[in-house]
Write a protein that binds this ligand. Structure first.
Ligand SMILES: CC(C)(COP(=O)(O)OP(=O)(O)OC[C@H]1O[C@@H](n2cnc3c(N)ncnc32)[C@H](O)[C@@H]1OP(=O)(O)O)[C@@H](O)C(=O)NCCC(=O)NCCS
Length: 177
């Protein structure tokens, strides 16, 4: 799987050596509290290792991916994903499937513009590889994430229940803006 770089950041595949960081990231309620209909914190290293295996499997795709975000010195900062979004029960898949972009930073890395920089680099990469549209689906109270969407130039398309069995704010970005 490819590595994506930006001015301050490297987005590279997750590997088993990142398990302690992933547990520290997703073991925090402030990181997971707005994720999906029933957010839960990660509680064990074995869960982290299993999650890294699933991330690596998805990342075999030519366009989609789930990357660990590090700085240029390799310090771990967070997670960036671009993959088909889970649909709510009974929803019919679009053709092509809706691809979501998502970001999760360690709280120590909030407030530096890293999520926006990583998302800009990854969206530019997938648009160059033929993806024409990406979406972000965010909890209505997740104002920090809405701000990332706006910084990226994403368009707010209202509230929807189409994804993840919950009510989300929908943002959209197309290759042509
Ligand atoms: C959502 C999340 C990634 C946003 O992180 P963030 O650090 O606020 O977002 P950015 O990386 O875009 O950084 C922007 C902040 O950095 C500041 N900043 C500092 N230096 C900067 C720079 N060089 N460039 C841009 N912004 C910079 C901005 O002023 C802004 O701070 P402010 O919100 O206080 O105004 C973070 O809150 C998070 O991980 N939340 C938990 C997981 C989550 O909910 N993910 C989203 C699921 S939909």
């Amino acid at each position: 799987m490819r590595t994506i770089t930006s001015e301050r950041l490297v987005l590279r595949p997750w590997d088993a050596g990142d398990a302690d960081f992933l547990l520290d990231l997703e073991g925090r309620w402030e990181v997971v509290r707005h994720l999906g209909a029933d957010p839960t914190t990660m509680t064990s290293r074995s869960q982290a290792l299993a999650s890294i295996e699933r991330r690596r499997a998805i990342s075999g795709h030519p366009v989609h991916g789930i990357w660990i975000i590090t700085d240029r010195d390799g310090a771990r900062l967070g997670n960036l994903l671009l993959k088909p979004v889970p649909l709510s029960a009974g929803e019919v898949p679009a053709d092509p499937a809706d691809v979501e972009i998502g970001w999760h930073l360690h709280p120590d890395a909030w407030g530096h513009g890293y999520a926006t920089e990583a998302a800009r680099a990854a969206s530019g990469d997938v648009f160059a590889r033929g993806q024409s549209r990406i979406i972000a689906v965010t909890h209505p109270d997740n104002h920090a994430s809405h701000a990332v969407c706006r910084r990226l130039g994403m368009h707010h398309r209202g509230t929807t229940t189409r994804y993840m069995d919950t009510s989300c704010e929908l943002f959209e970005l197309t290759r042509d803006g």
